[in-house]
Write a protein that binds this ligand. Structure first.
Ligand SMILES: [Zn+2]
Length: 203
């Protein structure tokens, strides 16, 4: 992990000597090491309760968002919501390129769906329910409004996987898991298997 996170910020190579002589130049804040959070698994009640609105946008929140990206990449996910790291907060991160394109990193604070269109039925999984997947109907296009890590409001439209990720993460912030979108039969089957795994100490 440290490789990826530190190498993405390139410093101008030749400038260091010049900056040393200009002693008063504002020191660059060193990038804090990222924290990789363990992912909370199904069964923890925090996953099934709505998160509190993000109200304080400060350096800590920006750091938390970066830590969430790092935790998501470490777990090989394309989206992660704060309740999944044990924080009951309306904050999520999404990157459907799984870290390949830094431009694709999206921080969603207090996100809301403002428009949805079309339907796509596709298989879906969740970092909090590892090893289980199910077909979930989601809108093909969604437009959401949210705030970024600095608190600035924005709107973004997503299609297919991105639309699905937005819906999945916003569900998390409302205490809803993808299991709730499955048929009762399929949902109960997964829940029974998880119960068994828990008994074996494998969950
Ligand atoms: Zn999930």
């Amino acid at each position: 992990m440290p490789d990826k996170s530190t190498s993405s910020k390139t410093l101008p190579a030749a400038s260091s000597a010049a900056q040393e002589t200009a002693a008063v130049a504002a020191p660059e804040t060193p990038a804090k090491p990222v924290k990789i959070y363990p992912i909370v698994k199904f069964g923890d009640p925090i996953l099934e309760k709505p998160g509190a609105s993000v109200k304080k946008f400060d350096a800590d929140l920006e750091q938390l968002a970066e830590d969430m990206f790092a935790s998501m990449y470490a777990a090989q996910g394309v989206g992660l919501a704060a309740p999944q790291i044990g924080l009951s907060l309306r904050l999520a991160v999404v990157d459907v390129t799984a870290g390949k394109n830094p431009e694709a990193k999206i921080v969603l604070a207090n996100p809301e769906i403002i428009h949805a269109e079309g339907e796509v039925r596709e298989e879906e999984g969740c970092l909090s329910i590892p090893g289980f997947r199910g077909y979930v109907m989601r809108p093909q296009f969604v437009t959401i409004k949210a705030q970024n890590a600095k608190g600035e409001p924005f709107e973004i439209r997503g299609e297919n996987l991105l639309a699905r990720a937005f819906c999945h993460e916003i569900d998390h912030l409302n205490g809803i898991l993808f299991l709730q979108h499955l048929s009762m039969l399929k949902r109960d089957l997964i829940k029974r298997k998880i119960k068994k795994l828990r008994k074996l100490g494998e969950w």
